[in-house]
Each structure stands twice: as C-alpha cells, then as structure tokens.
Design a protein around this ligand. Structure first.
Ligand code: GLY
Ligand code: MN
Ligand code: MN
Length: 539
C-alpha cells in the first residue's frame, strides 16, 4: 500500500472508530462520567464494604400494557445503563478470583432475538462492556454467584421494593434478583430499615445526646407503628439515662441485633455526589432548560382565550419533542383560574380557560436531565390590575431570592429573602393580616436541586459552585380566602433554574419571558400555530 492509500484507509477506519464510540455515547454522557461516579462513591464507602443497587422496576399499567420505562436515576448515574432487570455490585476493596482483580460487577439482561423483535433492541452483555465495565454477566448467573457476604463489614443498600411484578417467564427478573440477593446476604424479611436506623443511633449515641434521642423516639413512636411496637426502642425510651450511660456493652445488654446491612449510607454518599454537577451534566441541564424556556415563549405567543389546559400542555410538549426531548421530567402542571392555586394540579382537564390566569409548570427531560420552569400568564394577553399587584410581589420575591442564590449562602437564606418580600407585599395590599400567617398564601419551599430528578438529592446546606437549583416563590389565593374576593383565584408562581457559578449565578431559563411587560409584549406576537386549524369532530 502506498503512503497516500495507507493514510486514506487509516482516516476511514478512524472515522468508523469515532462513529462507533459516538454510537455508545450518543445518549449524552461519557463512560468516564459514570466510572468517575463509581470511583467517587467507592472513595466514600467504608473499608471492607459493598454497595448493591438495582435498576428500577418495569410497571404494568393494565393487562399487557406497561408504563414507559424510566431508569432509576442513581443506577443511571453510576452505570449509564438504561434497561430493566439489572443489578450492580461495587466493592470498596479489590476482590480477586481466577480471572484476576475486580472491584465492580454488572449483571444485565442479555440479548434475546425473540423479545427484541417485539420490544426493541437490548444492549446485552457485550453492549454493557462497551460502557466501560470489565465484568458484566448475564443476570441469569447472579443466583449461582457465591460470595461470602458475611465477610463484608457493611452492605450498603437502598430499600428493597415490595411492589415489584414477578414475571413468570423470567427466573431472574427484578423480583427474583431481589429474592436471590436477600437469601445471599441472609436478609430477614422482618428486618425494618427504619427501625434499624434507630438501633444504630441508640448504639452510637453520645452521653449528652441520650435524652435528646429519647425525645425524638418518643415523638416518632406516636407516628410510626413499627417504632411504637418495637421492644428495643420502647425499652430505650423508658430506661434511666444514667444507667444507660454506665452501660459498656449496649449491643449485648439491650439485645440490639447485629446486622451488616446499611440503608442510610448509600443514599447519603450519592446525595453528596449528585448535588454538584459536572460540566457534562450542566450542558445537558442547560439544553433541557433552554428547550423548556422556548416552550414557554412559544406558548405565550400561541395561547388564546377558549383553549383548554390540556391544549396548552400539549403545545409545550410538542415543542419539547421537536427538540428531541423524549418526555417531561415530571407531570406537567397547567392550571387556569382557581386551578392555579392547586400546588400539584396535574389533571389539567379544564376545557375552557376563558380569559383566566394560567400557571404553567413544565420541564423537558433531555437525555435524562430535567428542567423545572414555571410561568404564569393571563390568557387574554393582559394582566388585570389585581393580577398585576400579585405578580409584582412574586417577581420581586424571586429577584430577592436569585440575588441570594450564590456560593456560600444557604437555601434557608433564599427562603427568608423571598418570604420577606411576600410578607411586605401582601400586608401592604391588606391581604395578609399578620406576618406569621404568611404560609396561608406562600405555602411551599422556594428552592431545590434539579438534575436527573426534578427534586434532585441534596444536603440543603450551603450553596456551592456547579449546583443547579430552582428559585420559585409562589402566592396562591384560592376562592374563599379571608380577604377581599377580588383577589380570589389568583395563583402565581415564577420558577427559574439557576446555575451557581464561581462568582455569582446564571439564570438558565432566562429565555422564557419573566417580566410582566415582556410577557404582555410577547403575547401580542404572532405564533406559527395561529393558523393551525383542525376540522371539527362534533357538530
Ligand atoms: N414542578 C415541581 C416543582 O416545582 O417543584
Ligand atoms: Mn420546582
Ligand atoms: Mn416546577
């Protein structure tokens, strides 16, 4: 082969190679992202421990129809794997067998030409290896795998699911994998993670915290039958504190059982990791938020009196899909008039929204990551005097919250800043009689993390760079509220997605008009949907 030909062939094969790598990564995030996540989890795990995670269950809707499958966010975060019936083992320390050293194993559904003909391609064991796992096995082999699980000081788990379907034709579906694992780790069915969490606190409580723990247990026992029926817990509550202090072997003398399971640590470690986003994650969130913001903008142009809530919802979602978002990150909230005051309104079934205010809380999910953006608009295109008054308070509260949403400040400071503005505004209008009643009209928290979950895990302490959070104050005055009826049925939330940066923050949803005048101006613009007229199906 002459030199020129050699290089042509080389370029061709490099292209093929790059294309095939891209084929693996096209969902959005690199293999390195997931393997770094596993390594960071491993770093936090205690010595001689193992973490065990399951993929999320398939869910039947009725008869032979299933809900759309959605991967478990933690599982996806650690593996990149998006198929059901899978189990992941992560070891703190290297294990060794005849094949060599390993510190993680993934069990997956292998390929099955018959099933794939009906339900689409599976990645199989080979596909999973391309995600960067050395050791991937068919899930059918999990039951035969023998480890001495007793030898681990700690087995880190998430709670087992109790409502998983047993697929009769599959002996290693999620239902069976859970049973097999329980048997391997000698998990007793009466084991209750909530009760066990308190056992651990009793075992480790310091002398000056004993009374506090007793009081907490007394409080929770009134609300939790497992605690109130548990002899060990109740015995601890009634024990003499000084006697307990003298006890040198709490485990033995209080019959506290000795399990090596832990249901707290995995959640805690993954929360520490997931609350800070990597550059790759931020890019995906940025895209999800941009799509959602364009949705808000386009709907402002298209919304017309007489539309239905569902139609408005559909317009947002059509735009999401035009941009390649598979679906929403959470059930869309589209509530007109009185429905704008129902915080988790998802039926969206009012058919004639007339000229009312409409609250639109929707987020596109893009390659696993979700936005969470709310705008509230007057369907007529013009806010009434009363709506304007309330809108301005919510807007100012949000401005105050966004101003505080900076590295080093706390979530609670954001809440306090927004609440202060809401109290002042509602007192001035005579709607609120006493500041301490503010929760009547300002009832929910105003900031949470977003990411793979719309309410992404977080410690909710101080803000750090590369967190992405919402700032979303809302004021809701339902019919029958103790104020002049002219304020009734006004529900307004404004929600933006904010990236915390080195020296401040960036509003990722800034493309969705937010200022009152800009909303009214946008609503006057023509929409491509204005002339989209469908035939009547009823006379
Ligand atoms: N969309 C739910 C929320 O705003 O938290
Ligand atoms: Mn939110
Ligand atoms: Mn929301």
């Amino acid at each position: 082969m002459n030199n020129k030909r050699f290089y042509k062939v080389l370029i061709f094969f490099s292209f093929v190679l790059i294309m095939s790598i891209n084929a693996q990564e096209k969902y959005g995030i690199s293999n390195d992202f997931h393997s770094n996540n596993r390594n960071n989890l491993r770093d936090q795990m205690p010595e001689n421990s193992i973490s065990i995670l399951f993929s999320s269950p398939t869910r039947k809707r009725s008869n032979d129809v299933y809900y759309h499958y959605h991967p478990d966010p933690n599982y996806y975060y650690l593996t990149g794997w998006r198929e059901p019936h899978s189990i992941l083992l992560i070891f703190k320390n290297y294990m060794r067998d005849s094949l060599g050293n390993y510190n993680e194993i993934l069990f997956v559904r292998d390929k099955d030409p018959y099933d794939e003909k009906w339900n689409g391609k599976r990645m199989g064991v080979k596909g999973a290896k391309k995600l960067g796992f050395d050791r991937v096995f068919d899930k059918n082999t999990f039951s035969a795998m023998n480890f001495n699980f007793k030898s681990f000081d700690k087995i880190l788990l998430n709670k087992f699911l109790t409502d998983v379907e047993d697929i009769i034709s599959d002996e290693s579906d999620l239902f069976d994998l859970q049973i097999q694992l329980k048997s391997k780790i000698n998990f007793q069915n009466e084991f209750n993670p909530e009760v066990f969490k308190w056992y651990n606190l009793i075992l480790n409580v310091s002398d000056d915290e004993i009374d506090k723990l007793k009081n907490q247990l007394l409080f929770y026992s009134k609300r939790n039958k497992y605690l109130s029926n548990d002899k060990i817990i109740q015995n601890f509550i009634s024990i003499n504190t000084d006697e307990f202090k003298k006890e040198t072997n709490r485990k033995k003398n209080y019959f506290i059982p000795d399990f090596n399971f832990d249901f707290e640590l995995l959640k805690k470690f993954l929360t520490n990791q997931r609350e800070i986003k990597t550059e790759e994650e931020i890019e995906l969130i940025r895209t999800a938020v941009k799509i959602s913001s364009i949705g808000q903008y386009e709907v402002m142009k298209a919304a017309k009196p007489g539309m239905s809530e569902r139609e408005i919802q559909g317009l947002h979602q059509y735009i999401y899909k035009r941009y390649g978002s598979a679906h929403e990150g959470y059930p869309s909230i589209v509530g007109a008039g009185e429905n704008s005051c129902v915080l988790h309104y998802i039926s969206n079934d009012k058919t004639d929204i007339k000229n009312q205010l409409i609250l639109m809380d929707l987020g596109a999910e893009y390659r696993g990551y979700t936005a969470d953006v709310t705008r509230t608009i007057p369907v007529s295109g013009k806010f009434t005097f009363e709506q304007k008054q309330i809108y301005e308070i919510v807007y100012d509260a949000q401005e105050a919250g966004i101003e505080i949403a900076k590295k080093g400040n706390s979530f609670s400071q954001i809440y306090q800043a927004t609440k202060k503005v809401a109290i002042e505004g509602l007192m001035n209008l005579g709607i609120l009689k006493k500041p301490e009643d503010i929760r009547t009209y300002f009832p929910h928290g105003v900031a949470h993390h977003i990411g793979l979950d719309v309410h992404d895990p977080g410690n909710y302490g101080l803000l750090s760079e590369n967190m992405v959070i919402t700032v979303e104050p809302g004021i809701y005055i339902p019919e029958g509220s103790d104020c002049d009826p002219k304020w009734w049925s006004i529900g307004i939330r404004i929600e933006d997605d904010i990236l915390i940066t080195e020296d401040g923050n960036e509003n990722l949803s800034k493309y969705a008009p937010r200022e009152l005048n800009l909303i009214e101006k946008t609503m006057k613009l023509d929409s491509a949907l204005d002339n989209f007229i469908l035939p009547k199906i009823k006379n």
